[in-house]
Design a protein around this ligand. Structure first.
Ligand SMILES: [Zn+2]
Length: 122
């Protein structure tokens, strides 16, 4: 349930952008969400609908961009995105280095954040 504090932070940031840019209202917001952040876009949407009332971003369209976790190959040092859904669909092991076929490990801190990417307003 850490979506609510995240939504409150977003609303503060979008209000600040609106006043800096002179937007009457914000139409669209792009948000980057880390694959391992534990933040559910659908929860963000729900909180946004209620918490957004009275803010510049009230009723704005939310677009989510996934920031994948990165793996680093212990053998060749290759860094690659952890894409478990794509790998599963293609029958691949999502932890295996695509360059040399050895095991990769999680690169610390990747895919763990969530942040405002851009704001479109009028
Ligand atoms: Zn490798």
């Amino acid at each position: 349930m850490h979506e609510l504090p995240f939504v409150m932070k977003l609303l503060g940031e979008t209000d600040a952008v609106a006043s800096q840019q002179g937007f009457q209202r914000i139409g669209r917001i792009r948000i980057e969400v880390g694959a391992l952040s534990g933040i559910e876009p659908e929860c963000v949407r729900l909180y946004f609908e209620t918490a957004g009332e009275g803010h510049a971003a009230e009723g704005a369209e939310l677009e989510f961009v996934v920031d994948p976790a990165m793996l680093i190959c212990e053998t060749c040092g290759n860094e690659f995105a952890h894409e478990p859904e794509r790998a599963r669909a293609e029958g691949e092991d999502p932890f295996i280095c695509p360059r040399c076929g050895r095991d990769g490990r999680l690169k610390k801190g990747t895919g763990s954040g969530a942040r405002l990417l851009s704001v479109e307003g009028q």
